[in-house]
Write a protein that binds this ligand. Structure first.
Ligand code: ZN
Length: 418
């Protein structure tokens, strides 16, 4: 405890991180009986986003352990869960590692959070990660020699598990990731003096810059409930056409819903920020567009949660809508999804038809109040068709809304009928 307080004080003196410092606490859970022993210690920082992540990890570890304990009929082997932590605060960051040991299994989880800019950061945000991995590879060979499996090292050298303190950067490799025989977590410490770590490269999260602009509901305040509304949706993006699509939408006073792929989020971070800023909605369209009904339950969940997570961590935005890749869905896929599944009523078939006029025609000919139009933001022809579609529909008296706004309007109209 002494050490922690010391670090806490020194960082205030040294770093000049101006945001008001919050009081740190250590939470403790200790339980024991004849069958099991639990000892959990973890920091509570009073920064909500960070505490929530740590809490989730601790709670799920605790519950899983208790559940396995209930299923454990033999009293001969008592069970033990232990979670301990290391904690470092400096330069407006927290770097927290949790070390879990459950009987003979060990696991490390790390949380690296910039509390002034309100975001979690990765190695790439603060340094040249490839240099870090090159150093790690040298150290691993020197220290572990032939314990390390060279093939595994090449495949698994990159790790998202890292932490910092005043001396070192630590990389964590879970058991068996670098070796088929070594059953412990491998920890590599690299002196900070050998690395170029730049905390100032951690940019503020979207909420920090635009605190009031994430609410997509703002547009519907200006929509007349009796006016015809239509929701345009774009799948498979973002792409090189998205920026232009955004400015066309803006020009026609329109918003749309973009069902995006997780694996593109980081590349198009700025475009997506602009999209949100303009009042558009983002939905989850899986991580890399796999055929969902061919995947097992775990893979389906991963497609969805990985996408949610990268959108949340990159943009500070939480999608509530999901559209399955290829529109491929069945009861088994549905049960793994807590998001609202959104399909469409009007298919422009822009992936198939190369003619702009044909796409325009398919979008407008069946346009009716409350319908959802499907397009793809990955084709130049779709972008070219957009101004025509918007101007024709506008002339027909439609207002353009996001899918969530459409749902809200539908609900409000129903309530008004009663
Ligand atoms: Zn798609």
């Amino acid at each position: 405890m002494k050490k922690i307080i010391l670090l806490f004080l020194s960082c205030i003196l040294l770093t000049g991180c101006t945001k008001e410092e919050k009081e740190l606490h250590i939470e403790t859970i200790i339980e024991e009986n004849n069958n099991y022993k639990i000892s959990i210690n973890y920091p509570k920082t009073n920064y909500d986003a960070l505490d929530k992540m740590i809490d989730n990890y601790v709670t799920s570890s605790y519950q899983t352990f208790k559940k396995s304990q209930n299923n454990h009929t033999s009293l001969e082997n008592s069970l033990e869960l232990n979670i301990d932590y290391t904690f470092y605060q400096s330069d407006c960051i927290f770097s927290i590692s949790l070390f879990k040991s459950e009987n003979n299994d060990t696991e490390v989880e790390t949380f690296n959070y910039h509390y002034k800019n309100n975001r979690f950061f990765e190695l790439n945000d603060i340094t040249d990660a490839s240099m870090v991995y090159a150093s790690a590879s040298d150290i691993l060979f020197k220290r572990y020699g032939n314990i390390i499996d060279i093939q595994r090292l090449h495949e698994n050298l990159k790790t998202s598990l890292f932490s910092l303190d005043h001396e070192n950067l630590y990389l964590y490799y879970p058991p068996y990731t670098l070796s088929s025989t070594y059953a412990d977590t491998i920890i590599i410490d690299i002196p900070l003096s050998k690395l170029d770590i730049q905390m100032k490269n951690i940019t503020p999260s979207f909420e920090e810059v635009y605190p009031n602009q994430i609410n997509t509901q703002k547009v519907n305040d200006i929509i007349d409930m009796n006016q015809k509304v239509i929701a345009i949706t774009f799948d498979d993006g973002p792409s090189s056409y998205t920026k232009e699509i955004l400015s066309i939408l803006k020009e026609y006073d329109a918003v749309a819903t973009f069902f995006i792929l997780g694996n593109k989020v980081e590349t198009y971070r700025d475009t997506l920020k602009l999209s949100i800023e303009n009042g558009n909605e983002l939905g989850n369209h899986t991580y890399n567009h796999k055929w969902l009904t061919k995947l097992n339950d775990e893979e389906i969940k991963k497609q969805i949660t990985d996408t949610q997570e990268i959108i949340e961590s990159t943009l500070g935005y939480t999608p509530t809508l999901f559209r399955p890749s290829y529109g491929s869905i069945n009861a088994r896929v549905k049960k793994d999804i807590s998001l609202d599944v959104v399909m469409w009523n009007i298919d422009t078939m822009d992936w198939k038809y190369k003619s702009v006029d044909k796409i325009v025609n398919r979008a407008v000919r069946n346009a009716e109040d409350s319908k959802i139009i499907l397009m793809h933001e990955t084709y130049a022809r779709t972008k070219d068709a957009l101004p025509k579609i918007l101007s024709i529909l506008k002339e027909k008296g439609f207002s353009f809304v996001t899918v969530s706004e459409l749902k809200e309007i539908t609900l409000l109209r129903k309530l008004n009928e009663k």
